[in-house]
Design a protein around this ligand. Structure first.
Ligand SMILES: C[S@@+](CC[C@H](N)C(=O)[O-])C[C@H]1O[C@@H](n2cnc3c(N)ncnc32)[C@H](O)[C@@H]1O
Length: 159
């Protein structure tokens, strides 16, 4: 049976990536799923739920920490097709998303050591959603970015 991401109360929280972590990965052109009134942004252009980032045209180098829960697969599929970007998701390596869009398609993975302390919409560092995280690179430039990032963890180059 395919495993999808667990549904829990935590899926309603907007876990925002610490800006310091994204800075370690370089500059990004687009964040396709950013909050409506963000305390900070990670890219030059930011789509929100109002404009529906999933339906829009993506361009340039993408940073993506997609909405958690059901629907995650579509975001990873779109990034895979786009081919230039880094995603941050839970390291739930047994899920359908991993088997359909990551294991055979991504270029590298960086499993983060420890737990990321995410931010909330007020810009406060609130903690962890209780899962390990992994950065996923599509495109050789993004493999290099993971290699050079100095983010603590284990890098696995897949291609
Ligand atoms: C896990 S948060 C990450 C936010 C930000 N990218 C970051 O890492 O700091 C996911 C974001 O996706 C937004 N979102 C949900 N559905 C969306 C959609 N269809 N289009 C664009 N953004 C969406 C949510 O409002 C939320 O802010």
């Amino acid at each position: 049976m395919d495993v999808t991401f667990e549904k829990s109360e935590q899926t309603t929280v907007e876990w925002l990536t610490p800006p310091s972590l994204v800075k370690m990965l370089g500059e990004f052109d687009l964040d396709p799923c950013s909050p409506e009134n963000p305390p900070f942004t990670h890219a030059k252009v930011n789509y929100t739920i109002k404009s529906n980032g999933l339906e829009k045209i993506w361009f340039g180098r993408v940073y993506m920490n997609p909405p958690y829960g059901k629907g995650m697969e579509k975001w990873l599929e779109k990034l895979k097709i786009h081919g230039n970007g880094i995603a941050l998701i839970f390291a739930r390596t047994e899920t359908k998303t991993f088997f359909k869009h990551i294991w055979d398609d991504a270029d590298a993975l960086l499993f983060v050591k420890g737990r990321i302390k995410f931010f909330n919409l007020e810009g406060k560092q609130v903690g962890t959603p209780g899962s390990p995280s992994v950065f996923i690179a599509y495109g050789s430039n993004n493999v290099e970015a993971l290699k050079n990032s100095k983010i603590e963890g284990k890098l696995i180059v897949l291609k």
